[in-house]
Unconditional design. Structure first.
Length: 459
């Protein structure tokens, strides 16, 4: 919070263009606080200030900035400043930055790297977006299986600086193939002359470089690790993914799923950073689909127009009945989509889910049916509002509610399985499909029940 307390002082120095005093004021600040101050300033001011910071402080502070702010700042930096920043970043953080930059800026950034950093960046760029290869860092520490505990510790002392983590040591053979990994603590506590192959608990878990991010997240959840090695198809170790990278990936995955559940494409940047045109492209197509599907609802209503003309009272409860089915379907589809994402359910579990939702839907439908019927029958002016046949109207509403809520729960639960089986993303397509199916079939159920029960009275 230090950056916020001193912000007025910085604004005054910036207004006076007293860059030397500002540089001195930043010397005692933690890089995270410097980043916080820079994040609050307009891009043109933060770009100038960034250039007056010492090289090391600038590089560290840059890594604390939000990704979208990093991308904007890179566009304003000169070649020398850009070189310093990119060379000081860890490869995985640099890769995420490259993903956010326009193509021409990425090309300029790549030409600014020193040979070693350029090699690492190009290696990471060769993997498809969203795979483990994009999130890994090549800054890890390996040891040979022939080493003793004492030799391994000496090796760590000599080569451990600047690595992403040294809490875990990776044992590879002479061909670079990953064998297993060890905790540094186990190596330190082992007798000095004991070979690393005989030390403590060994872990053989690794991730293929082409693994999608969902599999990366699942692996960390399953094995409860702070870092996992990434290997190619032949088992050769390429890099590691650490828990801080996975937290970023998990947050991004959850954000995309939530946005898709709203019936839109996932945003690729923070809300305020999305242009109007991009926002229209993300939201417009699904709204169009929902509009077109809404015409099916209108068609269903027109088919029963005669019944509505004779029993206008049916139109009063139509929105309530249809909305209850939609809400039931939304609940079910949200639960199943999340369960599939967390691997709590597999495609083969569809029958178990169907039976369970039949029970839940029936119970919820009966409960809502009772409330709906009582709402009509016990209303003080029911005869005037709902005609003298108010009790029959209550029966129509309650029976329709029971059937539509049951149908909504079943459709909402089964649709994610169908979409996943077809290779589609359930989170993206479930909301509009559930709305369409429940609205149209709900109207059919409602008016069919009404025509049966009210025949000879209102119809």
């Amino acid at each position: 919070m230090l950056g916020h307390f001193l912000k007025p002082e910085y604004e005054e120095l910036i207004a006076q263009k007293d860059w030397e005093s500002l540089r001195i004021a930043f010397e005692d600040l933690h890089p995270a606080d410097i980043a916080e101050v820079l994040d609050d300033l307009p891009p043109e001011d933060s770009g100038v200030i960034f250039r007056i910071l010492p090289r090391d402080a600038a590089g560290v502070a840059f890594e604390y900035l939000p990704l979208e702010r990093q991308a904007n700042l890179v566009k304003t930096l000169g070649s020398e400043s850009l070189v310093n920043v990119l060379n000081s970043m860890s490869p995985d953080d640099r890769m995420r930055l490259f993903d956010e930059l326009p193509a021409e800026v990425t090309r300029r950034a790549l030409t600014s790297l020193n040979p070693d950093e350029l090699k690492a960046a190009r290696q990471l760029l060769g993997y498809p977006e969203g795979t483990a290869g994009r999130f890994m860092t090549p800054e890890y520490l390996t040891i040979k299986p022939s080493m003793t505990a004492r030799e391994a510790i000496d090796w760590v002392r000599a080569n451990g600086r600047g690595r992403e983590t040294i809490n875990v040591l990776y044992v590879i053979d002479e061909k670079g193939v990953f064998r297993f990994d060890l905790r540094l603590g186990d190596v330190v506590l082992a007798p000095g002359d004991q070979q690393v192959t005989d030390i403590g608990e060994k872990h053989h878990v690794s991730l293929p470089a082409t693994a999608p991010r969902a599999d990366v997240i699942a692996a960390f959840e399953k094995y409860d690790r702070v870092a996992l090695p990434v290997v190619d198809s032949k088992g050769v170790m390429l890099g590691i993914i650490t828990i801080d990278d996975v937290l970023d990936v998990a947050e991004q995955e959850a954000t995309e799923d939530i946005q898709k559940l709203g019936g839109m494409e996932a945003l690729e940047a923070p809300y305020l950073e999305i242009s109007l045109w991009e926002m229209l492209k993300k939201r417009g197509p699904w709204l169009t689909i929902l509009l077109v599907s809404g015409t099916l609802t209108a068609t269903a209503v027109s088919y029963f127009q005669g019944a509505l003309d004779r029993a206008v009272v049916l139109g009063i409860f139509m929105p309530m009945v249809i909305a209850s089915g939609g809400n039931s379907g939304s609940q079910a589809t949200s639960l199943i989509i999340r369960a599939l994402a967390l691997r709590e359910l597999e495609l083969t579990d569809w029958w178990k889910v169907a039976v369970r939702e039949l029970r839940v839907g029936a119970a919820l439908g009966a409960f809502l049916a009772f409330i709906g019927c009582m709402r009509i029958v016990l209303w003080p002016t029911h005869s005037e509002l709902y005609t003298p046949h108010f009790f029959l109207v209550g029966i129509v509403v309650s029976c329709s509610l029971a059937a539509i809520v049951l149908m909504g729960a079943l459709v909402g639960a089964m649709l994610p399985f169908v979409l996943r089986r077809l290779g589609l993303d359930p989170a993206t397509a479930s909301a509009p499909f559930v709305a369409t199916v429940v609205d149209v079939t709900g109207l059919v159920i409602y008016f069919t029940v009404a025509m049966v029960i009210l025949r000879g009275t209102l119809l």
